[in-house]
Design a protein around this ligand. Structure first.
Ligand code: ATP
Length: 202
């Protein structure tokens, strides 16, 4: 799946809606210091489900919302949308048949954030699985931060294995295994409760 467009509205310094078309080939973002190049990459991580405000250089998650400037008042809502070309129909169900997908994340001050795919509300985990299957995501090594190459060289073997697993396209399986384990644990708890009830009745 190719990323084709990034839309930022009220996210960090992008107070007005800004659309970035990601054309085939290499895309470069250039501009003077402080113009918002890193904010743009952080918008990409955020829409892919980044849950750590520190990774986004924010004291808390609401700080990703435009905080105001001399000329413009602060906003209360930020939204980032990422369009994906799904013409190869590689997205998992229920989106396999769609030609394009727009994943959107919206945060309202004091009210937390929500996700939509093609307008339909989804869980953060659905977004994580979608991007993990596409061998990318908020924590993907394909989004290289300053200093990250050095970190990978000095990383522990498990951390390096995660990079290789993602390159091999199996990162999505880990997310699914974790979800299956959670469901299994909850079913085990339910069974214990049923056994308690049956024990009390007999
Ligand atoms: P450099 O080339 O120095 O790394 P850059 O182009 O990557 O700079 P960013 O770090 O993306 O620039 O942008 C920094 C700017 O974003 C600062 O001017 C900062 O005030 C502004 N900014 C960050 N968060 C917010 C926010 N929540 N509201 C308004 N402006 C913000």
């Amino acid at each position: 799946m190719k990323l084709t467009r990034l839309r930022l509205h009220g996210f960090k310094s992008f107070v007005d809606q800004s659309d970035f078309l990601i054309e085939p080939g290499l895309t470069g973002i250039v501009g003077p210091n402080g113009c918002g190049k890193s904010n743009l990459v952080e918008g990409l991580r955020w829409v892919m489900g980044e849950s750590s405000h520190k990774t986004l250089r924010a004291a808390e998650m609401d700080d990703v919302i435009f905080a105001g400037s001399k000329e413009r008042p602060a906003r209360n809502v930020a939204e980032v949308g990422l369009t994906l070309d799904n013409s190869a129909h590689e997205a998992p169900q229920p989106w396999t048949a769609e030609e394009t997908l727009e994943v959107a994340r919206r945060v309202e001050r004091g009210k937390g954030s929500s996700y939509r795919i093609n307008g339909r509300e989804v869980r953060a985990r659905d977004v994580q699985i979608l991007f993990a299957d596409a061998s990318t995501g908020a924590r993907s090594p394909s989004l290289v931060r300053q200093g990250q190459v050095g970190e990978i060289i000095n990383a522990k073997p498990e951390a390096r294995r995660r990079v290789l697993e993602e390159a091999a396209g199996i990162a999505g399986l880990h997310v699914r295994r974790h979800e299956a384990e959670l469901r299994l644990r909850s079913a085990e708890q339910n069974l214990l409760r049923v056994e308690d009830v049956v024990g009390r009745l007999t």
